[in-house]
Design a protein around this ligand. Sequence first.
Ligand SMILES: Cc1cc2nc3c(=O)[nH]c(=O)nc-3n(C[C@H](O)[C@H](O)[C@H](O)COP(=O)(O)O)c2cc1C
Length: 462
Amino acid sequence: MSTPAPRKQIHLGAHFPGVNNTTVWSDPRSGSQIDFASFEHLARRAEAARFDFFFLAEGLRLREHKGQLHDLDVVGRPDTLPVLAALAAVTDRLGLAGTINTTFNEPWELARQFATLDILSGGRAAWNLVTSSDAFTGANFRRGGFLPYEQRYERAAELVQVVRALWDSWDDDAVVAHARTGQFVRPGSIREVRHDGAHFQVRGEFTTPRGPQGHPVLFQAGDSADGRDFATATADVVFSAHSTFEAGQAFFADVKGRLAAHRRTPDQLLILPATTVVLGATAQEAAERSHHIRLQQVPGPTAIAFLEQVWGRDLTDHDPEGPLPRIDPDVENLDITRGRVRHVKDPRTIAAAWREQADANGWSIRQLVIEVTSRGGFVGTPTQVADAIDRHVQEDASDGFILVPHLTPTGLDDVFDQVVPLLQERGSFRTEYTGPTLRHHLGLARPAPRATRSHADRALVG
Ligand SMILES: Cc1cc2nc3c(=O)[nH]c(=O)nc-3n(C[C@H](O)[C@H](O)[C@H](O)COP(=O)(O)O)c2cc1C
């Protein structure tokens, strides 16, 4: 009798709620969006459930709609890296992943900040590289639209190259601290980095020792062809938006298929889509809860504001519970909302399709917006949700998920309590951490120290 193949292990991240309308800040159970206690609650609960990591997104400019602050959603959050550093002090094993932009930052500072987080946390740091570069956000950095869209990934690739050279410029065993000889570092163990490229000129000795992971884990969250190529060349994890089974399998096959060109194997890049979970004692109860949450996420003013982004017009005279506007979008006015990644490519075609859908189903503006902004997610009893999550992973639609709750900070408590034990029972999810670092949790190798690398790999470091 042949032994069954071992189950693929699921990887799970806990996403702190975002500054978008997934987060229902107005729910009476919702806590502070900024107090450390909120971050701590989610991190501690995620660690008790043996999650791989805690995850923070990043917004670098407050969104505006029709020239006003868009305050229907959460506005303002503390800076990512200090929050993660504080969480390192109240957790022991949980990975700490932060989103930091590659367009508006410099490699030296980033290398220092992430190496520092890796040291403080004992090897649990991860960096989610994002490339957003719109001029509205850039104005906060005195740069405006300094970098054309096509050059975002070029800068990101060069930035990562420099950052890695800085991390590798210290040997793992550089610090010897020999009191007898008076020597703190081993001679020759810290090398000058010299980089002279299109985006960066860097020269000098790096000031932070190499962290426990060698390189913090690199996530990437771009979805274009350039984004996928950058991920397959560079990243350890892709944070994707393709969470349904079919879309997940297609994305998984596409991205993993690109790895061979970079002489990498499928297990060297994990694919973790964002998703949501709604539980109930019965499937019907879960569906009703899910519907209630969608109504909370899309109140009337949010539905109108969403439609205005596509129409490029003020639609406040429309009733959100009434039919869609008969007037066509104003295609000259597409930056009515600023500070948010645009998804709408051709507003007139989209408006026509939505009108048709709403007419056919008898939907109001609000119902239409609820439908078209639905990303799926898992809705069902704990057993149904555990089955579905496991199937996605065993059948190569993902390597796991980054779970996005709608309540701060308790939104994943039911998942920790009711779904995780079922995944553990079927042998698909760890019951204990088996190593100290995030690389270990994710099954990723530690980058070899410089001393054991080929000459070619060492060329960048002086
Ligand atoms: C799942 C996902 C999450 C993202 N999270 C963030 C974020 O937190 N902050 C940010 O500035 N951009 C975020 N982005 C935007 C991407 O970094 C990128 O700028 C955007 O997807 C456009 O790049 P692309 O053309 O390669 O898709 C995210 C994108 C995806 C797909």
